[in-house]
Unconditional design. Structure first.
Length: 67
């Protein structure tokens, strides 16, 4: 079983600018992992389905396909 502690989380301040291209990332908001993407028009992280702005993102990780 994979848990959140086995994901290579990085502080959001270390996110490379090239990741803000609309791709989906795994984000940590408050106390939960969420899928999100950068919205350059609103200059913030959003949930890609609900378009809800994620306000307290503290960590990020790439979403990698299964191997």
């Amino acid at each position: 079983m994979i848990t959140a502690k086995h994901i290579p989380w990085e502080p959001i301040g270390t996110l490379p600018e090239d990741r803000k291209d609309g791709r989906r990332l795994l984000l940590w908001e408050v106390d939960l992992p969420v899928i999100g993407r950068w919205d350059s028009d609103r200059e913030g992280w959003e949930h890609p389905e609900s378009m809800h702005i994620l306000e307290e993102v503290t960590y990020w990780a790439d979403i990698n396909p299964p191997v």
